[in-house]
Each structure stands twice: as C-alpha cells, then as structure tokens.
Design a protein around this ligand. Sequence first.
Ligand code: IPE
Ligand code: IPE
Ligand code: MG
Length: 242
Amino acid sequence: MTVALTGLKIPVHIAIIMDGNGRWAKEQGLGRLLGHESGAENVREITRECSRLGVGRLTLYAFSAENWKRPAPEIQGLMKLLADYLVHERKEIMDNNIRFTAIGRLHELPEDVQKELAETSRMSAGNSGMVLCLALAYGGRVEIVDAVRRLAQDVKDGRCSPDQIDEKAIARCLYDPAAPDPDLLIRTGGDLRVSNFLLWQISYSEIWVTPVRWPDFTKDHLHEAIREFSRRDRRFGTIQGL
Ligand code: IPE
Ligand code: IPE
Ligand code: MG
C-alpha cells in the first residue's frame, strides 16, 4: 500500500462508471473510437491498482443496455475492442490472480465476444484474488425485470409464495447474487447521474464524481476517491456517528 493510503479504509467493492471517452477524444481532435481505445488501456492500469490495494471486487460499467442506441460503427468498434481486451488481458488477469466475471444481458453480445468472455471467466475461475466484473449490455432496470421474471416463474411453479418474496429473495435473483453491494461508486466525466447502473445495489453506496475523462483517470485520482471515501460517515439510516 502506498504511504498516502496507510490507515485508510479500502472499499471491499468499487464500482466505476467509466465515462468521458468520447469527450476526451474530441478534446484531443481524435475520433470517438480512439477515445474508447485509450479508455480500454486505462482499464488495465486501474484494475492492477485496485488489486494491489486489496479491493475485493471491481465492477466496471463498460457497455450499457442503452448504448445499443449508438451508431452501428461505434458499437462494432466497441465490440471489437472488447473481444481484443478479453484475449490480450488474460495473462495480466492470471498474473494478478484476478477472477474475471461479467454481468448483463450477455446473450445479446456478438457470439465471438460471448466466446471470449466464457473463456476468460473459465480460465480465471480458480483465482482467489480480486474479482473483476465487467457490466456489459447491462441495465439496472432490466436486471430487476429479469429477477422479477424468475421470481414470478418460481411462484407459478409453486417453489415459493408471494409472501416469501422479500429483499433477500430479489437479491438472490440478480445477475451475481454473491456480489456484495458496492461501497464506493465512482463516475468519471463529470455527469451527476447513475445512468441505469446497479440500481438495486447502490442504495447505500458512497458516490464520488470527478470531471476527469476516463482515459485521463489515474491511480492518483483513485487514491483521492478512496481518501474521500475513508472520511465519509456511513450511517445506513441510523444516527451513529452524529
Ligand atoms: C463511456 O464513454 C464509454 C461507453 C459508454 C461505452 P462515452 O462514449 O459515453 O464518452 P462521452 O460521454 O461521449 O464523452
Ligand atoms: C454510462 O455512460 C455507460 C457506460 C459508461 C458504459 P453513458 O455515456 O452511456 O451515459 P449517459 O448517456 O451520459 O447517461
Ligand atoms: Mg458518456
């Protein structure tokens, strides 16, 4: 751990809305896809640093359910980048003992991406270090829709009754039921919104937003977010600390 972070609380689960690639590219006089390329490079740096700091889980919002509305060439470019990332990062993932997973409507992704996702997940399944989870074709609302459908089917088939449906039952039907809720939610690019990310899970997450575009987001910015997180008083509705 760096001196700057000694004694600070390291969040168990950090979730990041990696926004601002397009604006970054525009500001450099480049096309949007070059912004996404630069953003993909940065995923490696930030993943490595989180793993080094002892973060338990890092969830990265890489492609939203709504991002399908973008122009086809941008979507194709993003999918190609994703497939390349999944192949090229395997060594880095294995060298750092990272367990790779993904959440979202993964069946909507191109087949080659699904294949590389499955292979990277399979290969790293036995790793015991940080969990790296990519949110892909992910929307918080459709995740809840998918969970409710499963519960409705359980009721229909007699596996549970309506009065047995509680928060735990819903949480068990989310894409990754074993994942703890994020402690810290970071958004780059400066917009003050959650853009349909982990709606159920971020109820009590601490939110930290920076105007810095994702390709420019460095380890130092991450440390700044963690320092700020450490200073927050998380009350969860109680009066503790007041
Ligand atoms: C985030 O960057 C990456 C994805 C949504 C895939 P954007 O592409 O949204 O970048 P801005 O918001 O236009 O700058
Ligand atoms: C959120 O960014 C999605 C990802 C970072 C993958 P967007 O750029 O899609 O969000 P909006 O459209 O600004 O809300
Ligand atoms: Mg954006």
